[in-house]
Design a protein around this ligand. Structure first.
Ligand code: BG6
Ligand code: MG
Length: 224
């Protein structure tokens, strides 16, 4: 693992790290899944966390054995339906929805001259950063149109490092989803997994909560 002193940039997942919009994603997918007779489960929820819109829908259809029952057009309609429900939920999002510890961590990073960028699988990321009033910290958000494959492929984290003009070994990536941590690892960036360490055992460093994100904690947990 690269030396902590080499680190110059932090690549952030959005949902589940900066804000809890993952809850809105799961609620809106659940409504769509149940509307077509697919049973929701915590296993399905974990499998789609961090996947992009169409990959999530495909995983949901597969879990119900319905992967071949919908045309591309029908699938698009289902994905649009989910996004409509999601966007309605987003209306009430505001800076109080920023997860615990994140504001302090962002301020600490800025004070210590680290660069930062959003590496989210969501097309709604710019809208959410605006609603959370975090544009000042995150003028940079990876544009999904610029990448070929979404998480768990490395593209989004590779693009994020490139946009900061940094090598991958100068960056840390932070994500709360299995596919997100896999994406960070595939990019050869040091990964921090936030959540259940058993679920995210593939991460280089594990914290159970965003509250644990401080430079001191990261340094202390480096390559143990
Ligand atoms: C990720 C979420 O951040 O964004 C996923 O964790 C979601 O659950 C994905 O499917 C895509 O989001 P959107 O807003 O583009 O539908
Ligand atoms: Mg996430």
């Amino acid at each position: 693992m690269t030396d902590f002193s080499n680190i110059k940039g932090v690549l952030f997942d959005l949902n589940g790290i900066i804000t809890d919009s993952w809850l809105y994603h799961s609620k809106s997918w659940r409504q769509v899944a149940e509307s077509i007779g697919i049973q929701w489960s915590s296993k399905l929820e974990e499998a789609i966390k961090g996947r992009d819109r169409i990959d999530s829908l495909n995983a949901i259809l597969k879990s119900g054995g319905m992967e071949n029952q919908y045309s591309e057009q029908e699938k698009e309609a289902l994905a649009d339906k989910k996004n409509d429900i999601y966007q309605q939920m987003l209306e009430i999002m505001n800076p109080n929805d920023i997860l615990p510890g994140i504001h302090d961590f962002l301020a600490e990073l800025r004070q210590n001259d680290y660069q930062m960028i959003i590496a989210s699988a969501s097309a709604n990321a710019p809208k959410e950063i605006k609603k959370l009033d975090l544009e000042d910290y995150f003028p940079l958000i990876v544009d999904l149109k610029e990448i070929k494959h979404n998480k768990p492929a490395p593209d989004v984290y590779l693009k994020a490092a490139e946009m900061l003009n940094l090598d991958v070994d100068q960056c840390i990536g932070i994500d709360d989803g299995i596919v997100g941590v896999e994406s960070i690892n595939a990019a050869n960036v040091v990964s921090i997994g936030i959540g259940d360490p058993k679920v995210l055992s593939m991460a280089d460093i594990n914290f159970t909560s965003t509250k644990d994100l401080t430079l001191t904690n990261i340094r202390q947990n480096w390559s143990k």
